[in-house]
Design a protein around this ligand. Structure first.
Ligand code: S3P
Length: 166
């Protein structure tokens, strides 16, 4: 079976959808951030703080390779930054971009202080990051699901339909 990779911006619901999809399908599931946190016994924010983003990205490249045995993988929002990761996902499965509007992301991450690259007070900068990232998600997704006004169940169902034809 091809691995399903969920990609998209921070707060688009990759982990929520991934774990719900796993419950519905009984397929194995992992989140790359959780994998990294368990392996290094540190939170993502600590890794950024102590070692910097580039070190985190090298952990992430390795993590993505190591989880290719799982059926469903939710990824960190920056997974598309590294060509190695695009290659890993292309080789092992299909990528599904969970497309969520910037306004929705702002609402969801309003009180979030666990994400080192997110700052609710710097909306303009966050918008620049969002715009830059969505170009990459769009360019590298095999499928795009617009998550606007949809329930977790509805989005999961759409992915199940994609899984049936792959
Ligand atoms: C990041 C997104 C985060 C996490 C790290 C970097 C990014 O994952 O991997 O903080 O560069 O967009 P989520 O997309 O699950 O928040």
């Amino acid at each position: 079976m091809k691995t399903i990779y969920l990609i998209g911006f921070m707060g688009c619901g990759k982990s929520t959808i991934g774990s719900h999809l796993s419950e519905q399908t009984n397929e194995t599931y992992i989140d790359t951030d959780t994998y990294i946190e368990d392996l290094y016994e540190k939170e993502i924010s600590e890794i950024f703080q102590e070692s910097g983003e580039e070190v985190f990205r090298t952990y992430e490249i390795e993590a993505l390779k190591n989880v290719s045995t799982y059926s469903i993988v939710s990824t960190g929002g920056g997974i598309v930054k590294k060509p190695e990761n695009l290659n890993t996902m292309k080789t092992n499965g299909i990528t599904i971009y969970l497309q969520t509007s910037f306004n929705e992301i702002i609402e969801r991450l309003e009180n979030d202080d666990s994400r080192p690259l997110w700052d609710s007070n710097l909306t303009d900068n966050m918008n620049v990051l969002y715009e830059r990232r969505i170009l990459l998600y769009e360019a590298h997704a095999d499928y795009i699901i617009d998550t606007g006004n949809k329930t977790v169940e509805e989005i999961t169902k759409e992915i199940e339909e994609i899984m049936e034809v792959n």
